[in-house]
Design a binder for this molecule. Sequence first.
Ligand SMILES: [Zn+2]
Length: 345
Amino acid sequence: MCLVFNQTLLANNQNLRLIVRMDDCYVSADSKTVRIIRLFEKHKTPINVGIIPFKNPADTLNPIYRSRYAEIFVHGNKHEKEGNDEFTGLSYLKQRDKTQRGKHLLESKGIYPCCFAPPWNGYDDNTLKALEKSDFLIISANEFGPKNNSKIKYVPSTCYSVKKAIEVLEKESLFNGIIVLLIHPYEFNSDADFELLEKLLIFINKNNIQTRYFSNLNSLDENITAKRLEYHHYPLFYLLRKYDILGFNHTVYYEMGSLITVNIIEWFLLLIISLFGHLKYINKLKLYVSITTGIILLLVVIIFYSYKSDSYRWVLLYKTSVIALFIWLNHRLINRKKLKAAQAT
Ligand SMILES: [Zn+2]
């Protein structure tokens, strides 16, 4: 009975969806790529396949990439380092040239990719501009690159092992989101590795878990803007994901609804903490002490965070400043009322 009940619960776990992104695919050099794509075909499940246009150009003609269940994205240009990685630090023109040439090569073979995943997940602001100019719509790197280009959409990888993806999907999730699983053919070294992947595919089909291509996300009414990615780095949400609190975890790219809820809770928490400090001191030492407390709090935050420009740190500074301003204005109002009352008597 209990087992049936658990199975029913699992069957209803449709809050999480899955995107599988496979980097470093070249058919002629590596039959593992073919074996993985065949598994997805067998289970009628979509996989996103990352081709490196100038690594094995002949590969782009291979029919395996035209599989009904494989969508191609571009994974770099030659996958060769120029500095830290293939793109970061290069001039805009150089990056534009690289992204455009790769895209044109695939287009000449009748392949029209919408997503770009930079090798080693490395990119900078110029990469974003170059991608925009080359008519890419989505970037899939990790969560920590720049996200200040509003025209490009962001679907970062969040999960790096098949085992972990199964674990997360097996648990109940209160919140909607996508697991973006990143795999590489070279990680599949034994039959057991392929069997585990097949276990994942069987599990998602049995439990009706939806799987997607990158292009699906772009065409569906799904918010994959820079804002969604930025929200993941807001302080409270960052902590909840990092320490697996309230069912959140770092392997899921959460939807805007849960992100906005946590953002509002964060405002309330900061407000309650500030007001608590404010009321505690106002009784003892009157108005100016609480203003000084607010200023000290602000200075502490500035000193701690000013040397780092990650948005999740700045957002705490921003929120604390707004609340401190709110308390300060409130004081001015109280003072003015008191003054008027004193003048009237
Ligand atoms: Zn790669």
